[in-house]
Design a protein around this ligand. Structure first.
Ligand SMILES: [Zn+2]
Length: 438
């Protein structure tokens, strides 16, 4: 966080124009006016990182409470549009992080609006989160639209999660440190969205993150390391990192993954130097991953591994009993990239899988004993008359070869099928995982 010091005591007196509110981390001790200026004295009651910000403006304040914690949003008059979404985001993040990891260390949360001309980002200082008007306050959010994302809510959840993942758990200044902060904060945002909207709504978030990761990595000029040794590139620490933790929570279970993270938090929170590293976190996770899924640790954290999964053909036959038989042919393969993007399939160069389709180039893969979601989807009209996707069949299959055929019986007319249909996995092409039933 800062190379100048470790933990500090924080106290500040800030003055500003008479009609403005000045904000710094800590709790307000005293406020007074003198010589046409307004003064604020803030003091923090516990040690914090050497990391703080000052804001001052003509603020309106929206207040609320979460247990004993005071919640405050400082905003520009007229920018009330998304205050409720942001307040919900604060509460949802406090709920999730305290439920699974550890108590919140402060007695207040403050979000402070700043103008777009200063940037479109938010940043989490101790109990104080400056937040650009451009990514929340004046956002025009329409969740009814198919790709509409309540990002005022999601960004708030992410920033608040940093009070744990950056302010309780502090990584040493080494490769992979941002996995402990950004990947985890964004993972929490995805999980909170999942609980709010339902698992089946997650594809739009996951696919967006995956596509951004895939696009960004093609512009890499230096190197792309595995997640746990990453150099801090945004596309690795946010997009890939959050996808990895989300997928892992799906594979081993949210409670199990968060249980391992909780143990880790208990071990390292508020520690003094030497600080923790991603190796210590991954060791804690490894302990709760069953043998059959240990390959995920290597694929997700220790190497850069990508799938090439796709549905090749699908046919559906109506049976005499009114059910449908769905025949799906699909491919699963995966490869690894070294830090320069060079592809390889295994360490020994002898046990990789090869499949040669008729008249086409051979497909090579890292050996497989992988569990992959297979889904068959139908359609239903909801109460507004809008067509909604329904899951007719959804299950993980153990895959050991590249080319696969399955027959699945479903009760209703199938519309679409998919291999990893929600894009949980890092896959070179996010679009060919699904195919319409003709
Ligand atoms: Zn962040």
């Amino acid at each position: 966080m800062s190379r100048d010091s470790d933990w500090i005591d924080f106290e500040a007196t800030v003055s500003t124009d008479e009609d403005q509110i000045a904000i710094a981390p800590g709790y307000l001790q005293k406020e007074w006016k003198k010589d046409g200026r307004r003064y604020f004295h803030y003091k923090m009651d516990s040690k914090i990182l050497n990391f703080y910000a000052f804001n001052s403006a003509k603020y309106e304040v929206k207040r609320d409470k979460w247990n004993d914690v005071n919640l405050e949003i400082y905003y520009h008059k007229g920018h009330e549009y998304n205050l409720d979404r942001m307040m919900k985001g604060i509460k949802a993040s406090l709920d999730y992080n305290t439920k699974y990891f550890s108590p919140y260390q402060h007695k207040q949360v403050r979000i402070i609006e700043f103008p777009r001309t200063q940037g479109t980002f938010a940043q989490s200082f101790p109990n104080t989160i400056p937040f650009s008007e451009g990514i929340g306050f004046i956002a025009d959010i329409d969740e009814k639209r198919d790709n509409g994302v309540d990002y005022a809510f999601a960004v708030t959840v992410h920033e608040l999660a940093h009070q744990w993942w950056a302010h309780q758990v502090i990584g040493a200044d080494v490769l992979g440190a941002t996995m402990l902060s950004e990947s985890l904060a964004e993972y929490v945002a995805l999980k909170v969205l999942e609980h709010k909207q339902g698992k089946t709504q997650m594809r739009k978030f996951l696919k967006k993150a995956l596509d951004k990761y895939l696009r960004s990595r093609t512009f890499e000029r230096k190197r792309e390391n595995a997640l746990m040794y990453n150099d801090g590139q945004g596309y690795v620490r946010y997009q890939k990192g959050s996808l990895i933790f989300y997928a892992l929570s799906d594979y081993i279970g949210e409670k199990k993954l968060n249980g391992a993270l909780k143990k880790y938090v208990e071990k390292v929170k508020f520690q003094d130097a030497p600080y923790t590293t991603s190796i210590e976190m991954v060791d804690e996770i490894r302990k709760v991953v069953p043998d059959s899924l240990q390959y995920t640790i290597k694929d997700m954290f220790e190497t850069v591994t990508l799938y090439r999964n796709r549905v090749k053909t699908v046919t559906s036959t109506k049976l005499d009993n009114g059910k449908y038989k769905v025949d799906i042919e699909f491919e699963v393969s995966k490869y690894r990239n070294d830090e320069k993007g060079k592809t390889y399939y295994d360490e020994q160069k002898k046990d990789s899988l090869v499949y040669k389709p008729e008249g086409k180039k051979a497909i090579v893969s890292v050996p497989l004993a992988d569990y992959i979601d297979i889904g068959v989807f139908g359609e239903k009209k909801d109460k507004d008359g809008k067509t909604k996707e329904t899951e007719l069949y959804f299950k993980k299959h153990k895959i050991t070869q590249i080319n696969n055929k399955v027959s699945i019986i479903v009760d209703e007319k199938p519309v679409e099928v998919g291999v990893d249909p929600y894009n949980k996995l890092i896959d070179t092409d996010s679009d060919n995982n699904r195919k319409k039933v003709k």
